[in-house]
Structures are given as C-alpha cells and as structure tokens.
Design a protein around this ligand. Structure first.
Ligand code: CU
Length: 168
C-alpha cells in the first residue's frame, strides 16, 4: 500500500479490470521526473481514478473508506430533554438565546415563534458538522449534536440572524 504518500489507492476490487490504477505508473514517474511534476501527475491520475471508481458506490470508492458520518443529526423532536431556542424575529436577536452550550449528544430544539419562515443553517462548523433546516412558522426542528465542537449558524433568509451552539 502507499499509505503516507497521499490518498490511498483505489482498491482493485472496486476498479474494473482495465482501468488504470496508481501503483505502477506513478512510481515510475516519480523516479524520472521532478517532484512537482510527480505531484501534478499524481492528482491527475487520482482524479481519473476517483471518476472511474465513483459510479459504483457512494462516491468514496477511491479512498476505500466509509462515507463520513455527520456529527449533527436531524431527529424528531422528543418530548422534553431538549435545549430550546426560540426564533422570535428576523433581527440579529432573532435566535433566543443566541448562544447555548450543551453536552455531547444533546438535542437542540428550535421553535419558530413568529410568522415568517426561517432557517437554521450552519456557517462555521467542524468537518462533517453541517446542517440546514427550514423552520416554518409554528414549527419546531431538532438537531442532535453527537460530537464536541463550535457550531455557528445563521438564518439563510435573514443572515443577520446568527447563533452559536457550543458542544462540549
Ligand atoms: Cu430568518
């Protein structure tokens, strides 16, 4: 295996016979060309490899790994046990409270207490921590945060509305 040299090679079981793979050709190039060319060539080959392998599965065939699991999951709102945020206006104070700090595996519940549609849309968040939920008037949405981190969000319809969920 070429671990440590970059993204892992596509497993041969996922590459159809006849499609090119990294191993032989790139090693040869690496010995004969300067490193910059090798790197460029590597990514060109890698792109082709990902493309050729992507049709069979979920698009992660090139790495041979599993798809990333989101650390923020949309869940049906439970009865009780949630940290509650009201959406009260389309101003900067629209999310109330605008900042909450919760333990890992907390479900946060946003309830639209106004008459306008809003969203709860992540902005700056950890990898695999994105979310984007529409919240219609009178409706609640719930997100379960299963990993620690700092999750910034806004209403995509009224970007002045911002909020923060800190999970620790
Ligand atoms: Cu809004």
């Amino acid at each position: 295996m070429q671990t440590g040299r970059g993204p892992p090679v596509c497993p041969s079981t996922k590459c159809r016979r006849g499609s090119y793979c990294i191993e032989g050709s790139v090693i040869t190039v690496k010995q004969n060309r300067k490193s910059r060319l090798t790197i460029a060539g590597f990514f060109i080959v890698l792109a082709g490899l990902l493309y050729s392998c992507g049709g069979g599965g979920g698009g992660y065939g090139g790495g041979g790994g599993t798809p990333p699991t989101s650390t923020v999951q949309v869940v049906a709102c439970p009865v009780g046990g949630t940290t509650d945020i009201s959406i009260i206006s389309s101003t900067a104070a629209g999310f109330s409270p605008g900042s909450v700090t919760v333990p890992v595996n907390t479900t946060v519940k946003w309830t639209n207490a106004g008459g306008m549609q809003h969203t709860v849309t992540s902005t700056t968040v950890p990898v695999n921590g994105t979310f984007n939920q529409t919240v219609n008037p009178g409706v609640s949405v719930c997100l379960k945060f299963t990993s620690a981190g700092t999750f910034n969000y806004q209403c995509s319809l009224h970007p002045v509305m911002t909020g923060l969920v800190t999970v620790q």
